[in-house]
Design a protein around this ligand. Structure first.
Ligand SMILES: *Cc1c(COP(=O)(O)O)cnc(C)c1O
Length: 491
C-alpha cells in the first residue's frame, strides 16, 4: 500500500518512508491510497486479544513491514506498560460503552499510538537504511507531549523536542512533562496557545533551509503529532477491537451497527474510527464532540470551516484547538482523492482562516453528527454520571457523553454507542473533584488525593509521586524562538 499527500503532489511513499518523514514536502499529510478490508470476518474477531487485532489491522495498512516486524512493534508497545492486561477495557455505564483508552503510562489515549510509534519509526529507519538522527518535533495541547516523551526517551538515534502552551495545560499535565527523564528529551513552554505551538512546528517543517542545515549536521526532522500516519493507523485497531468486545458482551450481533462518540480536537481519534468504518467495521454514526472551541461542530453542520473566532481555554484543554489538522485527511477521502482541491482549501485556511467545502464533500459528511458542551455542561455530566452510576469520567470523556445525550435526544437513535474515553480523571483532578461535589484545593495534587479518598478509583502509576520529582525542563519561549531552540537542542 502506498501513501500519498493530501495536497496532490507526486510525493508518494511506502509506509516506512511516510512514518519517518512525518509530513509531505508539499505540506500535505500522508494518506493511504485505498482502504484495506478487515483481515478477518466479523464473527472471527470474537475472543481475539488486543495484540492479535492490532497486528492484523496495522499490517493491512503497513504492507511494506513484514509480519514479524509488525509483531515486534505491537508486542513491544502493548505489554505490561499498560495497567490492565486487556489493554483497552470496554466498560458499560450510564447507557453507553466506554472504551477506556487511558491505561498506558501517561494516563491518556495518546499512549495507544505513542507506545508503538517509536517501534514503527526505528524499524522503518532500519528498513530504509536511514543513518541520520531523527529529531522528533511535537506540539502538544497537553497529552501528546508526555506520551511522546515517554515513548521516545532514550531511544537510540532520536531526539524528542516538545512544545506546550504555557497557559492551557493542567498542573498535572505540565508536571508530567517538565519532570521527564532521558538524555534525548527536551521540553519547552511557549507563550501562546496550542495553535501557536502547532503552527510554529509546521513552520519549522516547511523551512527547507533549516532542513538543509540539519541534514549537514546528520539530522532529519519527523513528527510525533497525529499528522504522522504512524500515529493514526495504530488507533484504527481499537475501534475494531471495540466491535469485537461489543459482540462478546452480547451488545450487538455480528453485522449489527454501532455508533462511535469521540471527544475531538485535532480530528485524529475520530478519523481512526472513520478508517475502521471504511475497512468494514459496521460503524453507523461518527459523533464528533467538541468543547466551546466548536469549530468542528459548526463545520459538520454547515460545511464552512471558520477558524477566525475567539479561542477559549476550557477544562478539556486537549481539545482547545481551532486548526484541526486531520480534518484535511477526511476531506481528501471525501473529495475522491482530489489533492488539488484540498490544496486550495488549505491555502484559503492559511490566508483567510476559512473555507467552504464543495457540495460533494458536504454530502460525504452525512456519516458524522456533531455537538459541543460548555464547561458547566461538562462538569454537570461528570457529577451526574458519578452520582447515578459511580463511574468517573475525565473532562474530555464527559464532553463526549454530554454530546451523546444530545444526539439521542435530537435523533431518538438508541443504537449501542462506544464512547472513546480518552483520559484518566486524575489528569484533570481539579475539575473532576469539583464536579462530584468535593471542596477543592488550589493545589492540583491535593485534589488528586481528595478525589482518590472519595472515589477509591486507582491512581495511575505514572501520576504517583509526580509532585516530588525533580523539575528538569524550565525553558519558556516566545513562538519566534522555537527554531533556535531546536538548533540548541542539537548542539
Ligand atoms: C488529544 C486528546 C483528545 C483529542 O483527540 P484528537 O485525536 O486530537 O481529536 C481528546 N481527549 C484527550 C484526553 C486528549 O489527550
Amino acid at each position: 500500500m502506498l501513501y500519498k499527500s493530501t495536497r496532490g503532489s507526486k510525493d508518494v511513499k511506502n509506509a516506512a518512508q511516510a512514518v519517518i518523514q512525518g509530513i509531505s514536502q508539499d505540506k500535505g499529510l500522508f494518506v493511504p491510497d485505498s482502504f484495506p478490508r478487515l483481515p478477518f470476518s466479523l464473527e472471527d474477531m470474537k475472543g481475539k486479544t488486543y495484540q492479535e487485532i492490532a497486528d492484523a489491522v496495522i499490517h493491512s495498512f503497513f504492507t511494506d513491514y513484514t509480519e514479524e516486524e509488525i509483531k515486534y512493534c505491537v508486542n513491544g508497545a502493548y505489554d505490561s506498560k499498560f495497567e490492565t492486561s486487556e489493554i483497552v477495557p470496554l466498560v458499560n455505564a450510564g447507557g453507553a460503552h466506554f472504551l477506556e483508552l487511558y491505561h498506558g503510562r501517561t494516563a491518556a489515549f495518546k499512549d495507544m499510538a505513542l507506545s508503538i510509534l517509536p517501534y514503527l519509526m526505528t524499524t522503518a529507519m532500519k528498513k530504509e537504511q536511514v543513518d541520520k538522527k531523527v529529531v522528533i518535533l511535537t506540539a502538544t495541547s497537553g497529552d501528546t507531549g508526555k506520551a511522546a516523551l515517554e515513548g521516545f526517551a532514550d531511544v537510540p538515534n532520536t531526539e524528542i523536542i516538545v512544545f506546550y502552551p504555557s497557559e492551557g495545560v493542567s498542573q498535572v499535565q505540565e508536571r508530567q512533562m517538565v519532570t521527564q527523564e532521558g538524555a534525548n528529551t527536551h521540553v519547552f513552554a511557549i507563550r501562546g496557545n496550542f495553535d501557536d505551538a502547532q503552527t510554529g512546528v509546521k513552520n519549522i517543517f516547511n523551512d527547507s533551509q533549516f532542513a538543509a542545515g540539519l541534514a549537514e549536521a546528520g539530522c532529519m526532522l519527523s513528527s510525533a503529532n497525529s499528522i504522522n500516519i504512524g500515529r493514526l493507523i495504530p488507533q484504527v485497531a481499537y475501534y475494531v477491537y471495540a466491535y469485537a468486545k461489543l459482540m462478546e458482551q452480547g451488545a450487538v450481533k455480528a453485522e449489527e451497527g454501532f455508533n462511535v462518540v469521540v471527544p475531538t480536537g485535532n480530528f485524529g481519534n475520530i478519523l481512526a474510527a472513520y478508517y475502521a468504518k471504511q475497512m468494514g467495521v459496521p460503524v453507523n454514526k461518527l459523533i464528533c464532540a467538541s468543547n466551546e472551541n466548536k469549530v468542528l461542530t459548526d463545520f459538520i453542520q454547515t460545511g464552512v470551516y471558520d477558524a477566525g473566532r475567539a479561542f477559549y481555554l476550557t477544562n478539556s484543554p486537549s481539545m482547545d484547538i481551532l486548526i484541526s489538522s486531520n480534518l484535511e485527511r477526511l476531506l481528501y477521502h471525501l473529495s475522491g482523492n482530489k489533492g488539488e482541491e484540498i490544496s486550495i482549501l488549505m491555502n484559503a485556511l492559511e490566508k483567510d482562516k476559512k473555507y467552504e467545502v464543495s457540495a460533494d464533500m458536504k454530502a460525504g459528511l452525512k456519516d458524522f453528527w456533531a455537538g459541543f458542551a460548555t464547561i458547566d455542561e461538562t462538569n454537570a455530566a461528570i457529577g451526574k454520571m458519578y452520582a447515578e452510576n459511580g463511574y468517573l469520567m475525565d473532562t474530555h470523556t464527559a464532553v463526549a457523553y454530554k454530546v451523546y445525550e444530545d444526539y439521542k435526544k435530537a435523533t431518538g437513535d438508541d443504537t449501542p454507542a462506544v464512547i472513546a474515553s480518552t483520559a484518566s480523571a486524575y489528569k484533570f483532578a481539579d475539575s473532576v473533584a469539583e464536579s462530584i461535589g468535593l471542596e477543592i484545593a488550589s493545589d492540583g495534587f491535593e485534589n488528586v488525593r481528595r478525589l482518590h479518598e472519595k472515589t477509591g478509583v486507582r491512581i495511575p502509576l505514572g501520576l504517583k509521586g509526580l509532585e516530588d520529582k525533580e523539575i528538569k525542563h524550565k525553558g519558556v519561549l516566545d513562538k519566534d524562538e522555537m527554531q533556535s531552540a531546536v538548533r540548541n537542542c542539537l548542539k
